[in-house]
Design a protein around this ligand. Sequence first.
Ligand code: GSH
Length: 211
Amino acid sequence: MRLFTTPASPWVRRCVVAIMELGLESKVEFVPTRWPHTWATKTVAFDPAFLDATPVGRIPALVTDEGLRLTDSGAICDYLNAELGGYKLMPASGAARWRMQSVIAIANGLVEAQISRRAELLRDAREGSGDFIEKMRQREQRCFMALEPAVAGFGTGVDLAQIAAATACGYADFRYPAEDWRGASPGLAHWFAQFSERPSMRATKPVETPQ
Ligand SMILES: N[C@@H](CCC(=O)N[C@@H](CS)C(=O)NCC(=O)O)C(=O)O
């Protein structure tokens, strides 16, 4: 199967960490993509293979060996876990599954706000909305505070909820290094420091998107 990637995207990182934790690296061809900073406001020139993989034009996008196209990190992680991973990263049903889904939903809201803020900051200064940037920043703060008590429910093994939370923390450090999410969420910070030592996390530390 083929996975379209960039090294900066937290959505991509979620998928790649899941692939590594499931031991599926040898089954995946990683296809890097390039993004000029105008991606924030304009349709950029897409490689035909990428557009064939996803009409949405966002990464990650997965094309399976059977030709199935999955164009969202949630669907991709679900597919990898269920079809190839024996539900190692999330059970198929039951209380643990829904506890993980509740964490993933908060991490999704957090990452969406982080990236929306990033897109707004990439706009021409005359176009950007300070109000919108502040709205996203406050959403991020609320989500970090909500992840703090969730840490107590994290199990000892890796799972999709922890991967979602960790990649959101990692993206905050990458894009907004001057902002102190750790002050309001010390338990999350402590957990993240340990989780970041996993080989899958060390191998996927974000670096700038190739333009
Ligand atoms: N809900 C999607 C979000 C994917 C997404 O927003 N990817 C960003 C990169 S981090 C992207 O491709 N942005 C380009 C654009 O919006 O044009 C997922 O979970 O995969």
